[in-house]
Design a protein around this ligand. Structure first.
Ligand code: HEM
Length: 504
């Protein structure tokens, strides 16, 4: 119904322009002209476009259809990797889009060293359903800097120390609960439990209130809404490539996904309103913004930023923990080496703090390695070239460029034995010379580097230490193949990870 209604109203607008032409004639003209337009564009894209000499498949250069298909296939990171294997470090992946996979491209595009800034592309643009800007979306570097400044106080080293007791409290509950639920013969799905824990921590830090998912051992309805809204977001990237589809946006995104996204946004607005009006004195992500910048940010912008912080700070950490558990349990030597490091560093559970956990070098290497093989944001982060050089190639202004994180992490030119889970590569002395470490940038870099990086690392270190200090873990599904079974829609959709815990 919505399709035909929107389509009709689009036709009415066109009729205003050519009033005397009956609608049926316009339809006939459109039907005849569209193939002509598509063929002309295809010829232009292949033979005359400024990117015509860049390597890549012809079907990618022809139109955005092939790219959109790959994007929605769930195998986007894998396809980008295969393209780089075939064509080299730069590939034309869509008519106006290039993918890179070298360490230099990371620096050129994102760190903007000594040249103009590469602004965020239309991929991040607000859409009809969620029209506000926020820290992730804002493409204007000045405005972005202003928003980032409002929130960055909450991520300073001092704030991190103040937040540690809240983080620890949630982790302790998690350790207790997985022991209660995970020692039976069926174990438990660690993907779910990591989600519970990371969402609870972020809820507590954002609103002073946990989701209580860990306590209740079940997914809070908002968590599933958030995960669905990420799925809905992947459709929006397709729509922007076909501007005429814009008229149909609400109907192209599956109705159910759009409806769930709407509920997620509304719930976040309500939560933020409650927080604004509460007199809770506990420090959280919003304290500094509300105390010092209240007149500079609207309620809607505040809500948009918070909903982004919740997504950015929870799903990514849970993904890292899930991947890490899988790769550890698939690599018994690594697992054993890490367990030895943890159990010999601590004589009691209470000794595990952010300061003591930070000293464990092998743990740091394991985290770096999982972020290389399974980066939680496995796509390239798209930017517009300002008319600058990337990796030695001049890229005309307006071309969309990105470094594919998964392809960069798995290229043998960057990492030796790229498919082997080998934390040793991150330790000084062992095989340092064989890799270009800067090719793995799971948190991005430059002015848009992840603001929550230190918080994420603190959470990861504490959770892993406490978990492996308390339990031995056993992978129950011997057939599980993490790469094969993880489709990606902007972020990974993770398979079940059934693990049985044995108390040490
Ligand atoms: C392992 C965990 C994490 C990973 C791998 C990760 C990765 C990333 C990446 C790749 C970006 C750049 C996005 C882009 O440019 O499009 C980013 C941005 C961001 N992340 Fe994270 N993130 C993690 C955890 C967190 C946490 C715990 C928080 C805190 C709530 C957080 C908050 C942010 C924010 C606020 C930005 C936007 C920064 C800006 O544009 O100025 N992230 N993150």
């Amino acid at each position: 119904m919505a399709v035909s209604h929107d389509f009709r109203s689009a036709l009415v607008q066109v009729q205003d322009i050519v009033k005397d032409v009956p609608a049926w004639k316009l339809c006939v003209y459109a039907t005849l002209l569209f193939p002509l337009y598509a063929i002309t564009m295809g010829i232009y894209n292949i033979f005359f476009h400024p990117l015509r000499n860049f390597p890549g498949p012809k079907k990618a250069a022809l139109s955005n259809i092939w790219y959109s298909y790959v994007w929605l296939s769930g195998r986007y990171p894998h396809t980008m990797h295969a393209l780089h294997e075939k064509y080299g470090s730069v590939v034309r992946v869509a008519p106006n889009q290039l993918s890179f996979n070298s360490s230099t491209s990371w620096k050129d595009i994102y760190a903007s060293r000594g040249h103009q800034i590469f602004r965020k592309s239309g991929f991040y643009a607000p859409d009809k359903q969620d029209p506000e800007t926020n820290m992730l979306r804002e493409s204007d570097p000045i405005k972005h800097g202003q928003i980032r400044k409002m929130f960055s106080h909450a991520f300073s080293a001092k704030s991190l120390m103040e937040q540690e007791p809240i983080v620890q409290e949630n982790i302790d509950l998690f350790i207790e609960q997985i022991g209660k639920h995970g020692t039976g013969k069926d174990g438990l799905d660690m993907v779910k439990w990591y989600n519970y824990c990371s969402f609870d921590i972020i809820g507590d830090l954002a609103f002073g209130e946990s989701f209580n998912a860990t306590k209740e051992g079940k997914t809070h309805f908002w968590i599933s809404l958030i995960l669905d809204s990420i799925y809905a977001a992947s459709f929006i990237d397709v729509i922007r490539r076909f501007p005429w589809l814009n008229k149909l946006i609400p109907s192209i995104v599956p109705a159910d996904a759009a409806e769930r996204r709407e509920r997620h946004l509304n719930y976040c607005r309500d939560k933020v309103n409650l927080r604004i009006n509460s007199d809770n004195k506990r420090k959280d992500f919003l304290t500094n913004v509300l105390d010092n910048y209240r007149d500079q940010i609207s309620d809607e912008e505040l809500s948009s930023n918070v909903q982004f912080l919740i997504v950015a700070g929870s799903e990514t950490t849970a993904t890292t923990l899930s991947g890490l558990t899988y790769y550890l349990l698939r690599n018994p030597h690594t697992y054993q080496r890490l367990v030895s490091e943890i159990t010999s560093a601590f004589t009691s559970y209470s000794q595990i703090t952010s300061i003591t956990a930070r000293k464990l070098q092998y743990l740091g290497a394991v985290i770096d390695e999982v972020l290389r093989v399974y980066p939680p944001v496995p796509i390239g982060l798209p930017r517009y070239s300002p008319g600058e050089t990337v990796d030695g190639y001049f890229i005309p202004k307006g071309v969309e460029v990105s470094t594919s994180s998964w392809a960069a992490g798995h290229d043998p030119k960057n990492f030796h034995e790229p498919w082997t889970f080998k934390p040793e590569r991150w330790l000084d002395g062992e095989c340092k010379e064989k890799d270009i470490r800067e090719a793995s940038q799971p948190f991005s870099l430059g002015p848009r580097v992840c603001l929550g990086r230190n918080l994420a690392i603190m959470e990861l270190r504490l959770i892993i230490c406490k978990m492996l200090y308390t339990y031995h873990m056993e992978l129950l599904d011997s057939k599980l193949d993490w790469e094969r079974d993880s489709p990606a829609y902007v972020l990974w959709v993770k398979p079940d990870l059934r693990v049985r815990l044995h108390k040490r």
